[in-house]
Ligand binder design. Structure first.
Ligand code: 13P
Length: 232
């Protein structure tokens, strides 16, 4: 399996999301590559509608751990499923950095989503400081410690220092981190952090890299489609 997922972060409201998805349906996408887009909550319905009848999946960027309740600003797995959303990203480093999400919170979210049958891309990765201290493997081990393999679980290794910085982990660095994680939990693994059409093929050629989680370069249809083709 090769999975290419576009994390739009806080970009593209419903209008832009619909236009992007209609263009993506018409784009030249390769066979044998699973393609997913993750728009902001407000654009999910538009994306689901625009991609109906295609193999392209729509993911959310986060999901709460309860079915319903007094949790202002949150949405649950059954609510996403009612919209036709196929899965969700959980534990992105931006959630950890700006919204105080801990490994414990991320684990609760992952378990809830899997229980309801949503597919999950759970994100992990070390900061520059942690890498400089030689703590990368320790951090990765801690972040996956409470996760168990599940047919609907994929892990994304996103070194925080490589996100939106133009700095990419070398294919060898990414391969090494993926091997460390796969020894602990045997699930498909995506690499994320400044993936572009120019570096995608080399990263995806690594045996322990099963796909990519793409941020900035997923916002333009032609660039995103080029990454999908580089993966085939
Ligand atoms: P960039 O591709 O913009 O570095 O972002 C990576 C990312 O955070 C995807 O979730």
């Amino acid at each position: 399996m090769t999975l290419i997922a576009g994390n739009w972060k806080m970009f593209k409201g419903p209008g832009e999301a619909g236009a992007f998805c209609r263009a993506l349906r018409a784009a030249d996408l390769p066979d044998g590559v699973d393609v997913v887009v993750a728009p902001p909550f407000v654009s999910l319905a538009e994306a689901v509608q625009a991609l109906a009848g295609t193999e392209i999946g729509v993911f959310a960027q986060n999901c709460h751990w309860e079915e319903e309740g007094a949790f202002t600003g949150e949405v649950s797995a059954p609510m996403l499923q009612e919209l036709g959303v196929y899965g969700t990203i959980v534990g992105h480093s931006e959630r950890r950095q700006w919204f105080g999400e801990t490994d414990a919170i991320v684990t609760r979210r992952v378990h809830h989503c899997l229980e309801f049958g949503l597919h999950v891309i759970a994100c992990i990765g070390e900061t520059a400081e942690e890498r400089d201290k030689g703590a990368t493997h320790q951090v990765l081990r801690r972040q996956v410690a409470s996760l168990e393999p599940d047919p609907n679980l994929v892990i994304a290794y996103e070194p925080v220092w490589a996100i939106g910085t133009g700095k990419t982990a070398t294919p060898a660095m990414a391969q090494e981190a993926h091997e460390t994680i796969k020894d602990l939990i045997d699930v498909p693994m995506l690499y994320g952090g400044s993936v572009k059409p120019e570096n995608a093929a080399e990263l995806l050629a690594q045996p322990a890299i099963d796909g990519a989680l793409v941020g900035g370069a997923s916002l333009d249809v032609d660039t995103f489609a080029a990454i999908c083709r580089a993966a085939s």
